[in-house]
Design a protein around this ligand. Structure first.
Ligand SMILES: C[S@@+](CC[C@H](N)C(=O)[O-])C[C@H]1O[C@@H](n2cnc3c(N)ncnc32)[C@H](O)[C@@H]1O
Length: 425
């Protein structure tokens, strides 16, 4: 550590933010902060309200720590006005290990404008690049998502949980080293839709993510059986890892299902813990349409609220069936109802009564009920169904040809009743 640089006055600027020495000119803003938000003050000022003591801290105590090379308390100021809006400090400075800890706080009214990220980055760049420190630690409470994002945007990497370290509460330890390369950015869980089965029905964005991700997970029924999404994913990357999901378990949130969701979330968290920055979970069709991804994302966020969850849309089975069967899904003022038969036949029957387009999903074992409802509505002859679209054993046929149970991967389209060109406009 270069102590002589550490002791010199600091003034750093980036974007809207200045990090600089505290001066007597900050007294007015400091008094305002003491009155309005005393909780954001640095520890040495806790409980201090006397003007003389505040002035002493600004001009003597704060500079003294820096002069002795043990701590530095700096002002965060707004670049437009140079007014004090918060504090940033390096403390527990250890000249043997060249390490320290950083802490900061901003006035409530100035949060959310990037000042925290800019101040943290400026201060840490100075400490690591100019003062020769090697390691800076930053600790946040486990639910302080805003601070975690600021830390990651400023190049800090998450190390793990320190149990009971902050007044008995768990803290998350982040660190930045002088040898770290570019800021790592937040960790991401991305649900990527890979279409119903045909590898050509995968978006360019999905392919890029499958190839760039650190870890790619695919849901399977059994560990030694390839999954439906997996066969598509393998066309683009060899790094697909199987996660067992109770995909075919029926009857709500069964114990088996919940355990599978938890285990899958733990697997993702473990990948992040081992340094993965982007974990992709590939899902058949679209990740926002009846997908296991929803439950996985909730489990992951419960364990790590700082994870950024994103999705990449995929082509749904109904779109694929529309294309393969030459069926128009919607015209003019028609609506499209997507009905899962696992909810029972009533919703399907009600939708059929509207005369508009109805799509049925999840009706493999209930094909007879579906045919019965179509007959009752007088719409059997218009309906088309497709099984295992884009996969081996694909079938596309009129619904009237159904005579018994069909595969779980079956979709049905009952197009709206149309009598003339543009008649539904
Ligand atoms: C759990 S949902 C998944 C839906 C999927 N996320 C989507 O966007 O299409 C499963 C249902 O989707 C439909 N499905 C998915 N893939 C299919 C395929 N390859 N062929 C026919 N239907 C399919 C079936 O109705 C199946 O019961």
């Amino acid at each position: 550590m270069n102590e002589s640089v550490f002791r010199r006055p600091v003034r750093l600027t980036e974007g809207r933010t200045i990090v600089r020495q505290l001066t007597l000119d900050d007294a007015e803003a400091l008094v305002e902060i003491v009155r309005a938000e005393p909780e954001i003050l640095p520890k040495p000022l806790h409980g201090v309200t006397d003007a003389e003591a505040l002035a002493h801290w600004l001009t003597v105590s704060a500079p003294n720590g820096q002069r002795h090379g043990v701590a530095v308390h700096l002002a965060i100021a707004d670049a437009e006005t140079d007014t004090l809006i918060g504090f940033i400090g390096l403390f527990r400075v250890d000249a043997i290990h060249d390490s320290c800890e950083v802490g900061y706080a901003l006035r409530r009214s100035t949060r959310g404008r990037g000042h925290a990220t800019e101040a943290l980055r400026l201060t840490c760049d100075w400490a690591l690049d100019d003062c020769g420190l090697h390691r800076i630690e930053l600790r946040t409470l486990t639910d302080n998502v805003a601070s975690m994002r600021v830390a990651e945007k400023s190049g800090f990497r998450r190390e793990g949980v320190q149990r009971g370290a902050g007044r008995h509460e768990d803290l998350i330890m982040f660190s930045r080293l002088a040898t770290d390369t570019a800021p790592a950015g937040p960790v991401r869980l991305v649900g990527v839709g890979v279409g119903p089965g045909d590898p050509e029905l995968v978006t360019a964005k999905a392919v890029r993510l499958l190839q760039e991700a650190d870890v790619v997970l695919v849901p399977v029924l059994e560990p030694d059986e390839p999954g439906r999404a997996e066969s598509v994913v393998r066309e683009y990357t060899a790094k697909a890892e199987r996660v067992v999901f109770a995909l075919n378990d029926r009857g709500g949130v069964t114990e088996k299902r919940a355990a599978a969701w938890d285990a899958a979330a733990a697997r993702v968290l473990d990948a992040f813990g081992k340094g993965a920055r982007t974990v992709v979970f590939a899902t058949i069709g679209d990740p926002n349409v009846y997908s296991t991804f929803t439950y996985l994302a909730q489990g992951v966020l419960a364990g790590r609220p700082d994870v950024v969850v994103e999705t990449v849309p995929g082509i749904t089975a109904m779109q694929d069936l529309a294309a393969r069967s030459g069926t128009v899904l919607a015209e003019g003022t028609e609506s499209v109802s997507l009905v899962p038969l696992t909810a029972g036949p009533d919703g399907f029957r009600e939708a059929l009564a509207s005369g508009d387009t109805v799509v049925a999903y999840k009706f493999g074992s209930k094909a007879a009920e579906v045919v019965e409802a179509l007959k009752d509505a007088g719409r059997l002859d218009d309906a088309v169904y497709g099984a295992r679209l884009g996969l081996p054993g694909e079938a596309v046929a009129p619904a009237a040809a159904i005579d018994g149970p069909v595969p779980y991967l079956s979709t049905l389209i009952v197009p709206g009743r149309r009598t003339s060109r543009g008649g539904k406009l």
